[in-house]
Design a protein around this ligand. Structure first.
Ligand SMILES: *Cc1c(COP(=O)(O)O)cnc(C)c1O
Length: 438
């Protein structure tokens, strides 16, 4: 190991605290975290000069690859003009242009207003607060709660986290945050009694596929059914497209696949191509109207870096790349290539229980050939991802589901590199299992 690598790791061990991480293990002497120092296209390099395919798109954010010249140039040009100015009391060209571009993705101004913030969690916070305040200002103050789906994930700030259907993350904080009713399906939703529905402002869902729930797609047509149900009930539909937005599912937004227009649309991760933290909550003219008029009807909410100019420049450039490189037109063939590659893997490895894919989002669930799950303590998903590293693929598991969520720019050849690495890793990790289990 190089001296500077060792110094960076020691400095990290001394003072950093990582997200969703068992710090005691992280800081163990035997654990040598990768220090990532450079990226280009789908590739990342560590401080030892080793190259990896970014199979998790840098935690689901990257769209057009790293160091894309068009996005880099746009950020640098903005930086030379000014890095940051306040969106409270002022506006700037990037935000004005970007809001228009985002609304233009939907027909006839159906989504007319854009409220900017910083992250997926804050995009959700904005939607929740707007939805509740809207009811206060339209004579339905009793509607102050939400419906969310079991095993859903909507972020980690308290309001967003109170929607959380993932028990292992949020159970200890239950009772804080918004009143939330959890359902598992449309059938359970339809079975809710009227007195419960009367207290609901909105339904929140990850459209087409739940991410943190081990990449689990919803049944086809479910989103359109949910839209119809919300309309019939007078309940707002809040779509969390933080993961699915910007081409991930094969169209620009997941909701477009079922021709659904939500009342609130939450965007973050891929908005800037994954280069900078920026989020947007889009909503309708009908909701916006309720915030006009009396002074106390304004939306008193914002962050220091709302509509950050560098983020807006990156986001506009990313949308331009979608056009220039015809990203969406090229996707179907690549999605099919990924599908066939994963099917070939499944045919070779009995340890693959199920492959779940929606566009350029894939989960490879590992189980014992009997269909039983592996004991959680075996941490097979982690072992496979660690083994894949040695073959030049970086990704993360969710429990025993290995995630493959490549940047949209990945070519068939690059996808083959990632698939070959996973193939080798599965051979190695599964081979290490005691015969009684594997
Ligand atoms: C990542 C994610 C969030 C949270 O976004 P952050 O930027 O991490 O706050 C919310 N919803 C979904 C579906 C996500 O994938």
């Amino acid at each position: 190991m190089r001296d500077d690598t060792r110094q960076w790791i020691e400095a990290d061990r001394a003072h950093c605290w990582h997200p969703f991480t068992r710090q005691a293990e992280w800081c163990e002497r035997g654990h040598e975290p990768l220090v990532l120092v450079r990226g280009e296209g789908v590739w990342l390099w560590d401080s030892e000069g080793r190259r990896y395919f970014d199979g998790n798109s840098s935690i689901w954010t990257n769209i057009h690859g790293h160091a894309h010249p068009h996005i880099g140039t746009a950020i640098r040009a903005q930086l030379e003009r000014v890095a940051h100015t306040s969106f409270l009391g002022f506006t700037h060209p990037g935000a004005a242009a970007l809001a228009g571009r985002l609304c233009a993705c939907f027909p006839n101004n159906t989504l007319e207003r854009v409220f900017f913030s910083d992250d997926g969690s804050t995009a959700i916070e904005v939607a929740l607060k707007m939805a509740v305040q809207y009811r206060l200002q339209t004579a339905e103050p009793q509607r102050d709660g939400f419906i969310a789906f079991e095993n859903g994930y909507h972020g980690d700030t308290l309001g967003a986290a109170s929607l959380m259907g993932v028990g292992r993350f949020f159970a200890r904080f239950r009772g804080l945050g918004y009143p939330v009713q959890h359902v598992a399906s449309m059938d359970e939703l339809r079975a809710l009694p009227n007195e419960k529905l009367a207290a609901v402002a909105g339904v929140v869902i990850e459209p087409l596929i739940q991410g943190v729930n081990e990449m689990r797609p919803w049944p086809a047509g479910m989103l359109a059914d949910l839209r119809a149900w919300c309309d019939a009930q007078g309940i707002h539909l809040i779509l969390d497209e933080v993961m699915t937005g910007f081409g991930r599912t094969g169209s620009m937004f997941a909701c477009q696949r079922e021709e659904v227009i939500p009342d609130f649309l939450c965007l973050a991760k891929g908005l800037t191509g994954g280069y900078l933290p920026l989020a947007a909550t889009l909503t309708t003219a009908a909701i916006y109207q309720a915030f006009l008029g009396a002074a106390e009807h304004a939306f008193y909410y914002g962050h220091s870096f709302t509509a950050h100019p560098l983020g807006c420049a990156a986001a506009l450039a990313s949308l331009e790349v979608f056009q220039q490189e015809q990203v969406l037109d090229k996707l179907p063939a690549k999605i099919e290539h990924l599908r066939q590659g994963l099917a070939a893997l499944q045919a070779r490895h009995p340890v693959i229980h199920q492959i779940r894919q929606c566009g350029f989002i894939a989960g490879v669930e590992l189980r014992q050939p009997s269909g039983e799950k592996f004991p959680p303590a075996a941490r097979l998903g982690e072992a496979v991802c660690l083994a894949a590293r040695a073959h030049g693929l970086l990704t993360r598991p969710i429990l025993d589901t290995v995630v493959l969520l490549p940047p949209l720019c990945a070519t068939p050849g690059e996808l083959d590199h990632a698939l070959a690495a996973l193939d080798a890793a599965l051979g190695r990790a599964a081979g290490n299992f005691p015969k009684s289990q594997a």
